[in-house]
Design a binder for this molecule. Sequence first.
Ligand code: ADP
Ligand code: MG
Length: 622
Amino acid sequence: MYIERERDRRERDREPDRRIREREREEEAKAKEKARVEKLVEREREKELDAIKEQYLGGKKPKKRVIRPSEKFRFSFDWENTEDTSRDMNALYQNPHEAQLLFGRGFRAGMDRREQKKQAAKHERETRDEIRRKDGVVERPEEAAAQKVREEAADAYDSFDMRVDRHWSDKRLEEMSERDWRIFREDFNISYKGSRIPRPMRSWGESKLSSELLKAVERAGYKKPSPIQMAAIPLGLQQRDVIGIAETGSGKTAAFVLPMLAYISRLPPMSEENETEGPYAVVMAPTRELAQQIEEETVKFAHYLGFRVTSIVGGQSIEEQGLKITQGCEIVIATPGRLIDCLERRYAVLNQCNYVVLDEADRMIDMGFEPQVAGVLDAMPSSNLKPENEEEELDEKKIYRTTYMFSATMPPGVERLARKYLRNPVVVTIGTAGKTTDLISQHVIMMKESEKFFRLQKLLDELDDKTAIVFVNTKKNCDSIAKNLDKAGYRVTTLHGGKSQEQREISLEGFRAKRYNVLVATDVVGRGIDIPDVAHVINYDMPKHIEMYTHRIGRTGRAGKSGVATSFLTLHDTDVFYDLKQMLVQSNSAVPPELARHEASRFKPGTVPDRPPRHSDTVYIN
Ligand code: ADP
Ligand code: MG
């Protein structure tokens, strides 16, 4: 019984063991199942991911590469070293022999000459050494010295080359070559016509002016000579006849005044003995204002030398003027009309006058002064005229008449006068004849007559404290515009031929002193008058001739300063359309479309029929 019980008990005791084992087994199975399911899920997910990848990124399988025909023939640059043919590997060609052009004295173009020369020298030395070594001789000292001299000479040649390239301004006068002078003339736009022309002067220091005159120039503040002065002063000092053509405001006055003063200094001083014979030099100018301005410029230099200057112009007492001349005066500045009056009425004589200047010669001809100018020239001693024959030698000791003509333009009338009174003249042109200076910017505005005053006011309002000259064609217009401007509150003055001399002087002085900043004037002011700092020239009326246009706008842009010129153009001005268009084109200024398009601007007036050509004009020749 006990045994049974014992067995049962044991059985019971074992019972939990079995259960545990069973449970364990169950759990194991469960875990296995779970892992299997997880694996499955994992695999499923991977599959899904692959599917997504495949959808978006394309399949993993590499595609078979298709080689396009163009790729088949593409050159491969992966060269082997041995494939380099740029150098010949053959040792024979390692040290090629450089060709010795002209036995080492020649050069290859486009390569550094110095380097080539060094190579040549080295080569020569090596060759000589080689020869000596072969022959077993030692270099003798004199040979070595000779070689050294040769090498130095080669070097000197090089530096000589460099010296040629130096600019003329870095050279002394003696060093100037023909080529330098040519460049110099080009730099200043100087051209000459004539024979036996002396060199221009590069600076005041190099001119042959006396030290007194140079001091006067320095005091005037002229640091450098202007191109016309560079060219014309040496000519004047040689008593050559000169026709000078240069832009307005380029210093022509000093160009004739300085040689004139140099000439007078060589003459015996004026004394009671000879003062009744008249002045030593005469300058003629077309207008009173210009004559007075030349007088000022002359006095600026002349008073250092003690020379007296008188102006003989209309509007002053002729008796007084006559008296001044006969009481000893070296230089007379005159308008031709009044001077011939003086001469004819015997107030003055020109018995010892051998230096004549015609300033603004073309203007004097234009104004109809040709007979008066010729009359004055005929009143001078003709015995001192230079020989007609250009080849004939001049007598160094004799005094000849020297005639200077100056202008900015050169019409035929002046040439006529020049042929008669000038002997073997040198024509000096600075820039192009009749050209306006580049310093002036030119504007042309097309408008109706009725718009002019309003446009003028607009321009004047922009002036601030600067000055302007308004040019009109008639005295009447001059007065009425000035009156209207005055009413509108502008500081305005006028200048025209209808005013008394005194009034004219007051106007000009007031404008120069800037008491007035607007000067309304006719062509009396158009020529030669130098008023510094005129900022704006306005052609309220367009002049009838293009030469006058050049002179008028030349009142601004003087002595290196820039200026503006504005011209009002109407359909009444067709006579100048052609020339004006040419002028604007030449100076690179804008041509207003109305002018560019206009029939009158296409042909020079008088060169085409007034009506456009018709078909019936065609002439058929059978
Ligand atoms: P142009 O007669 O050629 O129209 P001007 O002789 O009236 O010109 O000279 C214009 C201005 O230039 C004057 O005010 C004059 O004093 C000035 N001028 C002339 N020569 C020189 C110079 N070498 N250096 C500086 N200013 C000069
Ligand atoms: Mg002048």
